[in-house]
Design a protein around this ligand. Structure first.
Ligand code: FES
Ligand SMILES: [Fe+2]
Length: 544
């Protein structure tokens, strides 16, 4: 353990081949000890049997740090002050460790003196035994002190690392004003939004409790445009049943070719409509043949007198290859977000899956990259080394940024979308470059639509800015689907396990660390939305 303590001390440039220490007491004060080390040098002047006297005084000649000035009661430290306090702690621990080490060395010298045959001549065996026992006790005490010092140093270093992460959090947005944003880079495919956010970044380890059974969805979460299907999957005569916020809906195209979304329950006797068919832009119930248009109006009622009947419908639009719905009860916002891949990319795969986890848990997973070298060892992260530090850097205080050391840009787009751009240099060689330095890229869109409190409809779209012909290779989509399934299954077994524990009371955000920043920001955003906050954090969008 002394060796462990020494590792925190400055080490002389040349290590002695053999050394002995001479200790001089000065004025009886422990702070006044001076230690001289005499050693045989390994070369130069020290060779040829000449003993060279050098000094290790520097190791012990350290002033007792002055007492810290603490803020008055009830006053919080800002990040810089906290960092200063952590540094003073470390200085004090360092001084303490040096004193403990010095004490051990002094005791060691005394033991040597007692055991010295010359000294023994002048002392009785009994006296020597007593002295030895007392010295052993002192030595044991000193060792204990060293242990305590080590623990103090370790705690202080932890504190310093945490303070650094807080300072980084605070400083990065300030620095970003002088950094080019991912959006402004001319050749960089980007997933970033222009952010005008001015909300202060809060410390990561603030109280965040996500535990227990999932609560019913807050109405505020429904007041967004949600992409629910890819346009390519919705033909003129097909229907796509979707469950959204625990209600069944069905999408089909009207006579004008535009998509509509109506409740998937017949007004007559609650038969699921998607089991029927689409005739001339109307969805026909398979039970008694009632037919509904895309606005929910019943337009045909065979074998009976026509009545004025209507089923619920949702605002529904098609944009850039996706069908969107507005499940909330507020007036829909005028604009639908753009989810197109950046210019120069070609879409290679569009996959829809239903997953047995709550959508927040899936988002937490997608917004985390630090897990990749541990979880995705059979797929995209095969062969990745485990970096000593993984960071998510936000050029502006917002919900987008880039990963270090991975060349990956990532963004959370409310309410449930994750966009990422991955720089590809060589397979398995992702580290050490940012996306701008990579010549080829993969762009991903993940939409996590809440089906119910334990199910998510995942829409996945993958685009590449290279190998456009790959798109025309037969059965390629099967290969992409296989790969996407495999990656997701690596995550799912873990997330399902988390979900079980969460439902039984475990907090899935119990101990966030700095690489959890984006996931935490998503949770803070959602928490704020569900608390009816007027201004949502990390975005200038009010709940429109
Ligand atoms: S249940 Fe649909 S028409 Fe009777
Ligand atoms: Fe994953």
């Amino acid at each position: 353990m002394a060796a462990a303590t020494l590792s925190f001390l400055p080490i002389p440039r040349r290590r002695p081949s053999a050394s002995s220490f001479y200790l001089k007491k000065n004025g009886g004060s422990r702070e006044g000890f001076r230690v001289l080390a005499v050693y045989r040098g390994e070369g130069g002047e020290g060779e040829g049997g000449h003993e060279k006297k050098t000094t290790w005084e520097a190791i012990f000649d350290v002033e007792n740090p002055k007492p810290r000035v603490l803020p008055s009661d009830g006053e919080f430290l800002d990040a810089h002050q906290a960092l200063e306090v952590a540094k003073l702690d470390i200085q004090y621990c360092d001084w303490r460790a040096r004193q403990d080490l010095l004490a051990i060395m002094l005791l060691h010298d005394k033991v040597v003196e007692v055991l010295n045959p010359m000294a023994r001549e002048f002392k009785s065996i009994g006296t020597m035994k007593k002295e030895l026992a007392s010295l052993q006790e002192e030595l044991a005490d000193a060792h204990r002190e060293v242990h305590i010092s080590e623990a103090r140093i370790s705690t202080a270093l932890d504190k310093l690392a945490y303070m650094e992460s807080l300072v980084n959090d605070r400083l990065l947005p300030e620095r970003s004003s002088s950094e080019p944003s991912a959006d402004s880079a001319p050749h960089a495919p980007s997933t970033s939004l222009a952010s005008t956010d001015s909300v202060e970044v809060k410390p990561l380890r603030r109280s965040l409790n996500v535990s227990g059974p999932v609560k019913p969805y807050h109405p505020n979460l429904k007041n967004f445009w949600y992409p629910v299907a890819f346009s390519n999957d919705l033909k003129d005569d097909t229907m796509i049943p979707i469950d959204c916020f625990e209600e069944p809906w069905v999408i089909f195209r009207g006579k004008d070719g535009k998509p509509g979304c109506v409740q998937n329950t017949c007004a007559h006797r609650a038969c699921p409509l998607h089991l029927g068919s689409v005739n001339e832009g109307r969805i026909q119930c398979p039970y008694h043949g009632w037919e509904y248009s895309t606005d929910g109006k019943c337009e045909k009622m065979p074998s009976t007198r026509m009545l004025n009947v209507r089923i619920r419908s949702l605002p529904c639009f098609e944009q850039e290859g996706m069908v969107w719905i507005w499940p909330g009860d507020e007036v829909p916002s005028k604009s639908i977000p753009c989810l197109k891949p950046p210019p120069g990319f070609t879409v290679h795969a569009e996959i829809v899956m239903e997953l047995p986890v709550e959508h927040g848990l899936l988002l937490d997973n997608l917004l985390d990259l630090a897990h990749a070298p541990f979880t995705h060892t059979s797929t995209f992260a095969k062969g990745w080394s485990v970096p000593s530090l993984v960071k998510f850097l936000t050029p502006k205080s917002g919900l987008q940024g880039y990963w270090d050391p991975y060349p990956i840009d990532m963004e959370f787009r409310p309410p449930c979308i994750v966009l990422s751009t991955i720089g590809i240099s060589k397979p398995g060689k992702l580290e050490g470059k940012n996306t701008r330095q990579c010549s080829t890229h993969l762009h991903q869109l993940h939409v996590c639509l809440p089906i119910s409190r334990e199910k998510t409809r995942l829409l996945y779209r993958m685009s590449l800015d290279f190998a456009p012909l790959l798109k025309h290779v037969p059965f390629m989509h099967i290969l992409w689907k296989y790969f996407a399934d495999k990656v997701l299954n690596e995550d799912l077994r873990l997330v399902i396990g988390q979900q079980e524990r969460m439902i039984n009371g475990a907090n899935i955000w119990n101990f966030p660390v700095s690489y959890d920043k984006l996931g935490i920001r998503y949770r803070l955003w959602r928490d704020s939305l569900e608390r009816d906050s007027k201004k949502l954090p990390f975005t200038n969008q009010d709940n429109e």
